[in-house]
Design a protein around this ligand. Sequence first.
Ligand code: ADP
Ligand code: MG
Length: 195
Amino acid sequence: MPKQDGKNRREKGKLTIIAGPMFSGKTGKLVAMVDVFTRMGHHVLTVKPSFDTRYGNRKEIHSHDHKTTQALVIDGEVPDEILQKILMIHADKIIFDEVQFFDKKKVIKVIKELKKRGMHVIVAGLLYDYQRRPFGATSDLLGLADERLELFAICQKCGSLARHSERMHGGKGQVDVGAADKYIAVCEKCHKIYQ
Ligand code: ADP
Ligand code: MG
């Protein structure tokens, strides 16, 4: 592989976004990317916000169909922690799962900085919360991205393509971390706002 000088590295910075509702396959796709990139010889760093306490708060991302890969757990309020870690492990591919749980302004700033340093940043996140309102930084990052992939789940009420996550149990706050215990995937027509 040709050695990259500073200028080339900067030109190679890229942002890829994978957006979709819960159960649409975002985490599964990230796990596949880590596997393929690693076999290609890249240094991949996967991060997730400490807010995501599903699956026993383990240091991994974990898909609903149980595909996993190691991850660094970062405080969503201080995503800049990642900048020091990256220098230590010489990562060139940086993956963020559940990007909507990071502080919006700070995570956008960090992602822009990583891109400027020539890194390929891949983020996955929910575009909408359970009330169909924009969720965290995801829609802004969609606008900034060089590559965009929108995934759909299957509507658990009618079988159409689902863009939304419907809360079935839990609180009324924007964030109430859960999986199939609290949420189902639904299409726009079937979606009901949890009361
Ligand atoms: P995400 O990270 O987008 O929440 P995951 O990659 O963790 O998605 O999980 C995707 C998996 O969820 C699918 O491969 C499937 O096994 C499972 N699944 C459960 N409910 C649904 C649904 N309504 N539509 C599609 N897949 C579903
Ligand atoms: Mg996921």
